[in-house]
Design a protein around this ligand. Structure first.
Ligand code: IMP
Length: 175
């Protein structure tokens, strides 16, 4: 029977999240930030990251139409939940689980820039650079990964596996 293969253990993720948090703290020293998490995949990353950033901070969440039961993006991104607080003049940190084709991030960047924040940074836990269709780079990247489908630590396949503490590769025969 096919099994999940651990790519990054929970301990390794925590160490890297701590490094990203330190970078954010340095970049925004003495300022406030708003973390905007992309539902639902980024929720666990956001909660770990935000707790390591010792700055004045608030959270918000934004929702986009997800992969659902399919592995491939349809190329179409649709807003399913908007942010709830005023973002004008704020230091926004958009928190995403994976930067894949870049379609979601470039769409969300446009949506959030319309709120006229003071600045907008992107924090992506994983980056599948080889899959990029739209040129977009994250300011804070946890790990670069090859073109494999991963689950756990918030990330799903057909809504399953989000609660795994590690990040694992889902073998093609399980898809
Ligand atoms: P993009 O618009 O193609 O960059 O897609 C980004 C979104 O696709 C991510 O936020 C994830 O929700 C989903 N996604 C991409 N690759 C994976 C994966 O390997 N596992 C789980 N979700 C993925």
């Amino acid at each position: 029977m096919a099994q999940l293969r651990v790519l990054f253990t929970h301990e390794r993720i925590q160490r890297r999240v701590g490094e990203l948090a330190a970078q954010i703290e340095r970049d925004f020293a003495g300022q406030s930030v708003i973390f905007v998490g992309v539902l639902k995949g980024a929720t666990i990353f956001l909660s770990d990251l935000a707790r390591r950033v010792h700055l004045d901070a608030t959270f918000d969440f934004i929702g986009v139409a997800s992969y659902g039961r399919q592995k491939q993006t349809s190329g179409e991104v649709r807003l399913t939940k908007d942010v709830e607080q005023p973002l004008t003049g704020s230091n926004l940190i958009l928190v995403e689980d994976i930067l894949d084709t870049g379609l979601t991030m470039s769409y969300l960047r446009k949506v959030l820039m319309a709120h006229q924040p003071h600045c907008l940074k992107i924090a992506a836990l994983l980056d599948k650079e080889s899959r990029r269709i739209v040129p977009i780079k994250a300011d804070y990247v946890g790990f670069s990964i090859p073109d494999e489908f991963v689950v756990g630590y918030g990330m799903d396949y057909a809504e399953r596996y989000r609660n795994l503490p590690d990040i694992c590769v889902l073998p093609p025969e399980m898809i």
